[in-house]
Design a protein around this ligand. Sequence first.
Ligand code: FAD
Length: 332
Amino acid sequence: MTFDNVPGRSTLGPDQPPPNVSATPSVVRSLRTHSGRAVPFSVEFNPPRDAAGEARLWRAVRQFERMHPAFVSMTYGAGGSTADRTVRITGELAEETTLLPVAHLTAVGHSLAELRSLMGGYADCGIRNILVLRGDPPGDPLGEWHKHPEGVEYAEELVRIVRDLGDFHVGVASFPQGHHRSPDLESDTRFLVSKLRAGAEYSITQMFFDVDHYLRLRDRVAACDPVEALKPIIPELMPITSLRTVARAEELSGRSLPESVLARLRRAAGDGPEEDRAAVRETGIEIATEMGERLIAEGAPCLHFITLNFAKATGEVLANLGYGVTAAPISA
Ligand code: FAD
């Protein structure tokens, strides 16, 4: 697809006035003002691939709407093939639900002009919150990274660009175990702090299964820059519901699950020819609940759940944590 001449879509340039999206709260404001419970929660959706996937997404959206998350984020697929659908659905979340959407924006494969066009699309539908990411090479997340010849090298540059484009609120990614391309944890922390100094207001972590990794990330940021450390570092959780989700979690995070967590899930799966799915699911929900309890006790600013566009497992974890929610299906 091309981005420069998408009918009806504004392309934001440096000389244009900022979009009028000021009425929408920022993520940080939403976290501060979220009433009714001590620690807010939020959820991540993925752009659906087809009509059936879109129907499933909307079922989850309507279920989550009743649970009142502080915000919902929509990932952005590398390569841009689903770009139009992603912008449209994120816009619909802003216009047709009570939810506060955060659009993920990735630099991978995009020129600056294309990124400006995407931002124009988001601004047109009133989206003010952007999670700025570099993205991974399409097809092979661990493959060699090549900057677009007219694009950006690091997320930090894109944070500055998005901030300069208008009235946007920016978040970035953080990595409890360090990003797989970082030479060491110290440089990884410095790069994160640079993104925060460039204007990011918060970060969302890569998913993890050992809360100590999150706590150490927080300590590293505090040691590197005590002022930037005041910005929320939002932990990301993924409730495991089957051994297949374990593989998905490892693929998404690029990290193996801790041996202790794997051992619990394998024990639950049993020795039979088929995994005991109910037991694996129960154990996965238990693990996410224990992590949530500890994160809340340690003062996490929010719990961000990867949902894979299903509401049930996250709803169960939240119910276990005393959030008073129900993930009962909504009849069509
Ligand atoms: P950067 O901050 O640019 O870092 C990339 C690498 O460069 C890191 O190793 C970093 O340490 C290093 N680095 C940074 N600055 C410098 C510098 N100045 N000099 C030298 N090295 C530097 N991917 C998608 O494709 N779509 C999504 O929707 C998406 N959503 C995500 C959501 C979350 C919460 C997270 C944690 C990740 C997400 N990702 C997504 C994956 C992410 O795009 C990849 O992990 C990507 O490889 C890193 O992105 P980044 O924004 O952290 O990059």
